[in-house]
Design a protein around this ligand. Structure first.
Ligand code: HEC
Ligand code: HEC
Length: 334
């Protein structure tokens, strides 16, 4: 079930910050600073020195994230596509922007995006500060220039004062990006059954999920790419999604590097909250986790650049079920 996934200790949020009647019924937890407030199972959230996380900045970022008036026709905000009720994704195959423009790719969930070394499916951005301005500029998403967005904000009640409080400066393109990035860094998921298991609670995973974990790290070797606490190596791999027998509909990482072997390679996504974030892959081609597992079991889609790690797995039905059950254990408490 699509559900308010986020995740970490919402109650703490309510204790920490009196958010009053702001849009979110389930906000990502606000970080004040430092380690004690991060969700169980995650390391400290990194933020650049030039853009430290503060409560006020995160709060401003949240307002902007939900601000439809930023878009060209004032109908779309970041949250339209990165909907908190759908784990900061949208449940659609590919995204829909202003005037129903179909995007090229599936909207990724923003779960734990603070930890991603590269952003977008093809990794073309590496800082959340820069990235945050891209959807504004994209004619198929929000369709305004960052400069126009700033000009709009100048005219909207409350914003000039808030920016001045947070940045001690008038609204600029740079601090618009910084505020949105600060909010994005608070979209966190941890404290899953898996985290509790790793911390020593032997009963946290069901028997089937535990079988799934063993397969994940063993026979199915998913962990060679989906590795570490965030289940991503942060790198790009060709697993064959989008190959039509002749070419890739979307060249992926190749568009950024121009390196031939990067054709059809996409960023390894996190698997946290994955049960809630379908449909799956950069083109939203699979509706269910079962379909994803069947795909890996077949050895992906063979093509000239297929990653060497993608091979037929010869899983039986029970093993497939166990893998799905394990993936479900990567969601935080609701
Ligand atoms: C029309 C839908 C849409 C809107 C509106 C939108 N996004 Fe996105 N977002 C996407 C899609 C689609 C991608 C993936 C694009 C790609 O990989 O080429 C994406 C990617 C991202 C990423 C990178 C995630 C990752 O895992 O690499 C971040 C961060 C992000 N968006 C934040 C925002 C912010 C902040 C806003 C508002 C200023 C916003 N988005 C508005 C659809 C949208
Ligand atoms: C060679 C590296 C690699 C291996 C091995 C691998 N994956 Fe992936 N995985 C990826 C990449 C890259 C993507 C994104 C591909 C795309 O969008 O075209 C992905 C996507 C996924 C997704 C979709 C997530 C989303 O948000 O859309 C799931 C679920 C997934 N993998 C689970 C698994 C499981 C389970 C295994 C083991 C059976 C596995 N992966 C093995 C690299 C890998």
């Amino acid at each position: 079930m699509k559900h308010i996934a986020i995740l970490t200790v919402l109650t703490t949020l309510i204790e920490l910050a009196c958010i009053g009647d702001l849009v979110l019924s389930a906000a990502p937890r606000l970080l004040r600073s430092g380690s004690s407030e991060r969700p169980f199972g995650l390391p400290q959230v990194p933020a650049p020195e030039s853009n430290p996380l503060t409560q006020e900045k995160i709060e401003l970022g949240r307002l902007l994230f939900f601000e439809k008036r930023l878009s060209e026709d004032e109908t779309i905000s970041c949250a339209t596509c990165h909907d908190p009720k759908a784990s900061f994704s949208d449940g659609k195959t590919v995204s829909l922007g202003i005037r129903g423009f179909r995007g090229r790719r599936h909207t990724p969930s923003l779960i734990n995006v603070a930890f991603q070394p590269y952003l977008f499916w093809d990794g073309r951005a590496s800082s959340l500060e820069d990235q945050a301005l891209a959807p504004l500029r994209n004619p198929a998403e929000m369709g305004v220039s960052a400069e126009l967005a700033v000009a709009k904000l100048h005219r909207l009640e409350g914003y000039p004062e808030r920016f001045r409080e947070v940045f001690e400066s008038p609204i600029t393109v740079k601090n618009l990006g910084q505020a949105l990035a600060a909010f994005a860094r608070t979209i966190l998921s941890g404290n899953s059954a898996y985290d509790r298991f790793v911390a020593g609670d032997g009963t946290a995973l069901t028997r089937t999920a535990l079988d799934g974990l063993r397969l994940f790290n063993g026979k199915a070797h998913c962990n060679l790419c989906h590795q570490g606490f965030n289940f991503s190596d942060g790198l790009f791999h060709n697993i064959g999604v989008g190959w039509n027998g002749k070419l890739f509909q979307d060249a992926g990482r190749y568009e950024v590097t121009g390196v031939f072997r990067d054709q059809g390679a996409f960023k390894t996504p996190t698997l946290r909250e994955v049960f809630e974030t379908g449909p799956y892959m950069h083109d939203g081609t699979f509706a269910s986790l079962e379909a994803v597992i069947d795909f890996y079991d077949r050895g992906g889609i063979p093509n000239p650049q297929l990653d060497i790690l993608i091979q037929p797995l010869h899983l039986n039905n029970e093993e497939k079920r166990a893998l799905v059950e394990f993936l479900k254990s990567l969601s935080g408490p609701k």
